[in-house]
Ligand binder design. Structure first.
Ligand code: F6R
Length: 331
């Protein structure tokens, strides 16, 4: 895929959400009271977004994102393990499925194919099959929306369908505005190290921005959350060791105190010569705010790639790493 085609694909995020709306709606799981999302990289981030969503929609629900070879010790027969690997061939996730089996957890696989699809079919597990042929991180609509449908069917969250439709309508209406904002932010980020800050509640969204800068623009980027960052990261502005640019994601539902921290932090780091941009995330529903913030971040990262002459799509270094590791026997 050419760089421009990949950018066009990222721009079609709202359309992909429409296509993904009903994915997972046929999956039925009963008798679960906690959730583990097992995955890594561009597949795991959907779990982080789910955590943000559930913090408001199902505050008592334990949602754990497990990025590794295992599942947490608490996993048991009342745990729903959502194993997500876009390619279906990621060793950590395949191993986590085996661990979940040993624990007797209820497993649902979300994948475009590969070994995970085979493993799930052999084990007679329910599978959400997503369209193949794109980068895992660009498949986020197809990986995230099924989580909502599966959790709703399991009786763990209220029906999300009205909010999903409202989010899609809102993102489509704001498409031109988001592109403009992302382009102008990308221009400011050329040659900079992006530092993405949000409230603790929205940390999953800030982490998505970080990963998109890494994988699309091929630059280092870091994310952190308020209030914690005021107790450590802030000190790093005393002796600057790189050309930073801070991006503060302010959700309109963030508390007044958190917003005051954001304002003061920007003032302090501005006095140290660090430029920053505040992105105020607006929308009637949390889901709209999560998805619009993700979309603006994704767009910013691909526009930054374009401005710096980088092809945003391939992640050759990750593929090479996987190949080299694959030569070492996995025991
Ligand atoms: C590539 C990407 C990576 C992959 C990760 C795991 O676009 O985002 O972070 O998601 O290497 O691979 P999958 O998602 O296939 O399990």
């Amino acid at each position: 895929m050419s760089a421009d085609s990949f950018i066009a694909l990222v721009e079609r995020f709202p359309e992909h959400l429409s296509e993904a709306k009903l994915l997972g709606a046929g999956v039925k799981v009963q008798g679960v009271d906690k959730v583990v999302v097992a995955g890594i990289g561009g597949s795991a981030i959907s779990g982080d977004l789910l955590k943000v969503y559930c913090s408001e929609k199902a505050p008592g629900l334990h949602v754990h994102v497990s990025r590794g070879y295992d599942v947490p010790a608490f996993a048991d027969s009342r745990t729903l393990v959502l194993a997500i690997s876009y390619s279906g061939n990621t060793e950590e996730t395949l191993s986590a499925v085996k661990a979940a089996m040993r624990k007797g957890a209820k497993i649902v696989a979300i994948t475009s194919g590969g070994k995970l699809m085979q493993q799930a079919e052999q084990l007679n597990k329910q599978v959400v099959a997503v369209p193949d042929g794109i980068q895992p991180r660009a498949a986020i609509p197809y990986l995230f929306l099924p989580l909502l449908n599966v959790l709703h069917n399991a009786g763990l969250i209220p029906d999300p369908s009205a909010e999903v439709s409202a989010a899609i309508t809102s993102l489509k209406a704001a498409a031109a505005n988001y592109k403009d904002r992302a382009r102008s932010l990308a221009e400011k980020l050329v040659g900079k190290v992006p530092l993405i800050y949000s409230s603790d509640r929205m940390a999953g969204v800030a982490y998505r921005w970080k990963c998109e800068f890494n994988e699309n623009a091929k630059v280092h980027a870091f994310s952190h959350a308020f209030p914690e960052l005021n107790h450590n990261e802030l000190v790093g502005y005393t002796k600057l060791n790189a050309n930073y640019y801070a991006i503060v994601l302010e959700d309109e539902a963030d508390s007044r105190r958190i917003r005051e921290r954001m304002r003061l932090t920007r003032e302090i780091i501005g006095n140290k010569g660090i430029p920053s941009t505040q992105i105020v995330i607006k929308g009637e529903h949390l889901l709209t705010r999560i998805l619009s913030a993700v979309h603006i971040g994704d767009l910013t990262s691909v526009y930054l790639a374009k401005l710096t002459g980088v092809d945003p799509e391939p992640v050759t270094i990750i593929e090479d790493f996987k190949k080299q590791l694959g030569k070492v026997p996995f025991v």
